[in-house]
Ligand binder design. Structure first.
Ligand code: HEC
Length: 124
C-alpha cells in the first residue's frame, strides 16, 4: 500500500513538472476582443487584482506569492509563452493547474478574454 502511494506521489510530481499544454481543440477558440483597447485596459486591471500576486506586476513570474510555489508561476512575457494560441491561453486560465486555480467560476468568459488580450501586450 505504501509503495503504491509513493508511486502515486512521485507520479503526481512528475505530472506537475511537465510543460502545461492545452488540448488542440482550444486552438479553435477565437478571442472576440482581440487587440481592443478597452479590453486590454480591463484586462490590465484584472491582472493586477487576481494574477500579479503570483505572476508579478509585469507578468515576469516574480510575484511575492509565487516565490515558494512549485512549479513557479510562468513568465508570461517570453516568446515560448506567446507562441501558443489565444485559445490555449484562455483554456489555461479557465481550467487552471495546481498551484494555479481555475478561473471558470470566478471570472466570466468576457473577463478571461480581456486577460488574454492584456497578456498579448506583455511580449518581450
Ligand atoms: C497562486 C499563484 C497564481 C495565481 C494567483 C495565478 N497564477 Fe497563473 N500560474 C501559476 C503557476 C504556478 C503556473 C504554472 C503552472 C504549471 O506550469 O503547471 C501558472 C501558469 C499560468 C499560465 C500558463 C502558462 C503556460 O505554461 O503557458 C497562464 C496563462 C496563467 N498562469 C495566467 C494567469 C492569470 C491570467 C491569472 C489571474 C487571473 C493567474 N495566472 C493567476 C500561478 C498562479
Amino acid at each position: 500500500m505504501k509503495g503504491i502511494l509513493t508511486i502515486f506521489i512521485v507520479g503526481l510530481f512528475a505530472f506537475l513538472q511537465t510543460p502545461w499544454k492545452a488540448p488542440v481543440e482550444a486552438d479553435t477558440l477565437k478571442n472576440p476582443m482581440l487587440g481592443q483597447e478597452e479590453a486590454i485596459k480591463e484586462g490590465k486591471k484584472l491582472f493586477a487584482t487576481y494574477c500579479a500576486i503570483c505572476h508579478g506586476d509585469k507578468g515576469k513570474g516574480d510575484g511575492v506569492a509565487g516565490a515558494a510555489l512549485n512549479p513557479k508561476p510562468t513568465n508570461l512575457t517570453t516568446t515560448t509563452f506567446h507562441a501558443q494560441s489565444d485559445g490555449a491561453i484562455f483554456w489555461k486560465i479557465t481550467e487552471g493547474r495546481a498551484p494555479m486555480a481555475s478561473y471558470k467560476a470566478t471570472l466570466s468568459e468576457e473577463k478571461r478574454w480581456q486577460l488574454v488580450s492584456y497578456l498579448r501586450t506583455l511580449k518581450q
